[in-house]
Structure formats: C-alpha cells, structure tokens
Design a protein around this ligand. Structure first.
Ligand code: HAM
Length: 431
C-alpha cells in the first residue's frame, strides 16, 4: 500500500521550511512592534460557531467545512478561518478583555474543502490579526497599516489595496433588496449558483467568478450609493486616515468577501504574479459578531493573510538554504564513534552556562560510515571545518573543508573550541 498526502495538502520540507520559520519570525516581530499578542486556539471548534458567524448561506459553510462527530456525538469542525475562534476565546477568557482595545494575532493552519489549484489548498496557513473594542476609523487604518507592515517586512511592496464598505444593519437591508430586485430582472442571464443566491444571499452574486454573470454584475447598483449617513461618514474618515498614513488604495464597490460577519469596511490586498488567486489576504469590520455570540457590544476589525500565497508572491530565490553544520566531527575508525559524539557535544557548548554557550552547529555520523564517506557527507552538509578523532598525540587534526587544507593541530578541547569560535561565520537568518 502506498500512502499519499491527502488531496489539497502539502508537506513543508527542510529547504522550504526555513522560509516559513523566517516568515513566522518576521511576522512576530512586526506584531510586537504594533503591540499585538498571540493567541493559539484549538484547530477544531463546535460546528455551530462557524455556521453562526461565517454564515449559513456562504460557500464556506455550505460546501467547504470539514465536519465530524466525536465519540459523544458532538458536531465539531476543523476551523476554516481564525476570526470566529478568536472571538470565542475573547469571550471565554476574561484576561483578553482587560484592555478595552484588545490587540491579538494568530498563526496556524485552516481547513476548507475547496478545489485545489495553485495558491488554493484544503489545508492552508493564515496569519491573522484582530483589534477588538474600537468602532473608530483609526482602528480601520491601523489594521490596514499593520497588514501592509507585515508585507513590507518580508519585501512585498507591489500590492493593491482594495477598499469597500458594506454598510450596517441600518442601510444594508435596503441595499440587499435593491440588488435582489436588480438581479431578479436579469435572472435569465445568471448562472445556476447565482439563481440560488438570489433567494439566499443576493450580495454574494457580486462575488461570482462565472464569466456569463460578469456583464449583469457590472450593471448592478453600487453599495456605496446606498450607505446611510453614518456609514458614509465612517468610510470617508477611513479614506482620510489611509491618505494621512500615505497608504494608497482603490475603491472596489463590488468587493463583498466570502464571509457574512462583515459590517462597514472590507478590504483585500492583492499581489501580482499570483494568477487567479491573487488575494494575499483580506479582512474587515465585524461590529456585531461579539454581540451575536452573546458578548457585550464590541466593535472589531481584523484581517488574515494566506501564508502560502505570501510566500509564493515573494518568490523562492529569497531563501537560500542555510548550511546544516559548521563543524563535522569525523571518526577515523569505528571505535572512535563515541569519542566523536562526546566531542561534538562539548563543541556545541550545551554543557556550558547559557552565556558561555556557543552557536557552533556540530554534526557527527551515526551510520558507521568510512572516513571517506563521512568527508563527502561533511561537504554536503556545508560544514566549514572537519575535526578528526581519535585525538592524535599532538592534538586534534582540523581541516578547512572549502580550501581542502589541514590547519594547525589543537592540543585540547578548550583550545579547539576557542579556535573554531574565533573563525565561525555568523549564522545568517535563512530567507
Ligand atoms: P478570507 O478572505 O476567507 O478571510 O481568507 C484570508 C486569506 O486566506 C485569503 O486572502 C487567502 O490568502 C487565504 N486563503 C483562503 N482560502 C485559502 C485556500 N483554500 N488556500 C490557500 N489560501 C487561502 C478570512 O479568513 C477572515 N477570517 C479574515 C478576517 C480576519 N476578517 C476579519 N478578521
């Protein structure tokens, strides 16, 4: 029997995983600069949590959930996104609510049963940030600025920020009816899915990618023309704030997003070179969600970035694989294997007090190979130095691997270690 990774999933292997670690590190750094703290929530939640937040009529809930029953018959779902779990955690854990402006972020895998293609997977990773407690346009601006800052920090500058407002409970119902009436008139030209959406969720038609629907969608009334005065003023203030921060954006009146919890501001950031799946990430305001979950009135806004897409858009060449070792200790005869391991351990400095520990990466063979094959392996591992055991009468023999040159012997382990430390190359952060 031959096992394969499930369709739509992928292994992240050494060589590539360094870029992931690098991206995670950079992101944590930016989040800290903006005062955001990490929350790690479970990867499964009660199914209801997603049905009630993402929305019953969305594609995510209708077609894409990984839902299962546990042994007690509870319906659980692998999280398709991170906002609803974070809001659940916010309500369940009082310390998260201590600051009236809670700044939180998360990073981790999400699950959607989608048709896999480049940039679209069934298990994919997101970075997400949420700011709970402010209805003010400054919060919207901070979010989009933070999103840009994460991209900027990993070198992605060529992006387009799309901005729209979906109104609120005051103005959206009227817009929904207007758009329903408009699409009803053109029902004959809509695809099968959109005919269904007409009854369940007419706004979603604006998001349809079927080419035959495009001309009808192009003629639809704009949500921006039907905003109530408060929503219109909020949208104007968000635009002013973005301009004030020097963030360029494009107004996208057809941007509706695939989740139902949004109110007012929605946005997406797109990058060139991603093909059809060009959204690196997106987000928006969800001023009612905390209340819908039974919590206090807590306006909020957030975004998520698809990590695979972000890594795709910054290109693979940005990440040379780091060498695996600085030093390889080579056993010249099989009996010297333990001596090699002991020397490797001492050279790593793990027994030393933390301030004396050295960042020497040291490998030693555990496969009982000949000295010759250990040498070949040492070059493959990118080692700069080979050290040989057993120790000779006049000390440890050392070879510069790149130059193929024998160095002066080092009489003791201490001298060997300081000799190597003086010559060690700084460990570059892999990219
Ligand atoms: P979303 O637009 O559904 O929003 O997902 C955000 C990003 O996740 C997308 O722009 C894309 O980069 C990535 N993504 C989504 N689905 C896939 C997939 N199947 N394969 C690869 N990447 C994917 C949300 O999830 C909201 N929770 C964002 C948010 C946070 N809104 C408020 N706060």
């Amino acid at each position: 029997m031959k096992f394969q990774a499930p369709k739509g999933t992928h292994d992240i292997l050494p060589g590539e995983v360094e870029r992931w670690q690098w991206l995670e590190e950079r992101t944590r750094g930016v989040m800290a600069l903006y005062g955001y703290r990490e929350v790690r929530s479970p990867i499964f939640e009660s199914t209801d949590l997603f049905v009630r937040s993402v929305g019953e009529s969305t594609d995510i809930v209708r077609k894409e959930l990984y839902t299962f029953q546990d042994r007690k018959g509870r319906s659980l779902t692998l999280r398709p996104e991170g906002t609803a779990p974070l809001v659940r955690a916010f309500l369940e854990n009082a310390p998260l609510r201590e600051d009236s402006q809670a700044r939180l972020y998360y990073m981790g895998p999400m699950f959607r049963y989608e048709r896999p293609q480049a940039g679209r997977y069934r298990q994919f990773w997101q970075i997400g940030a949420e700011l709970l407690g402010s209805a003010r346009p400054e919060a919207d601006a901070e979010m989009i600025d933070l999103f840009r800052a994460v991209l900027h920090d990993v070198g992605l500058e060529e992006v387009t920020v799309l901005l729209n407002s979906l109104g609120d409970a005051t103005c959206r119902p009227a817009y929904r009816e207007a758009i329903r009436a408009y699409f009803k008139q053109h029902e004959g030209k809509l695809c099968g899915d959109c005919k269904e959406r007409l009854a369940t969720n007419p706004l979603r038609i604006l998001d349809c990618k079927v080419p035959s629907c495009a001309p009808v969608i192009a003629g639809a009334p704009s949500v921006l023309d039907s905003l109530c005065p408060e929503c219109a003023e909020h949208f104007e203030a968000v635009k002013r704030a973005l301009t004030g921060l020097g963030i360029r954006y494009e107004i996208a009146p057809r941007l509706v997003r695939g989740l139902d919890y949004y109110t007012r501001t929605v946005f997406e950031i797109h990058a060139a070179g991603l093909g059809a799946q060009s959204a690196v990430g997106g987000g928006g305001r969800y001023d009612q969600l905390v209340k819908d979950f039974g919590g206090p009135d807590t306006p909020a806004i957030g975004f998520s970035i698809g990590m695979e897409r972000l890594l795709l858009s910054i290109g693979a060449d940005a990440a040379p694989a780091a060498p695996q070792a600085d030093v390889v200790v080579i056993a010249l005869k099989p009996e010297a294997g333990i001596e090699a391991q002991a020397l490797a351990r001492t050279l790593r400095g793990q027994q030393e007090a933390p301030e004396r520990r050295s960042p020497l990466r040291v490998l030693t063979d555990v496969a009982g190979r000949s000295a010759n094959s250990q040498m070949k392996w040492a070059s493959k591992m990118g080692a700069k130095w080979a050290v040989f055991v057993p120790k000779g009468e006049d000390g440890y023999a050392v070879r510069d691997m790149a130059a193929g040159k024998d160095e002066q012997r080092q009489p003791s382990i201490e001298e060997l270690r300081s000799w190597l430390l003086k010559r060690r190359e700084p460990v570059e952060s892999a990219r």
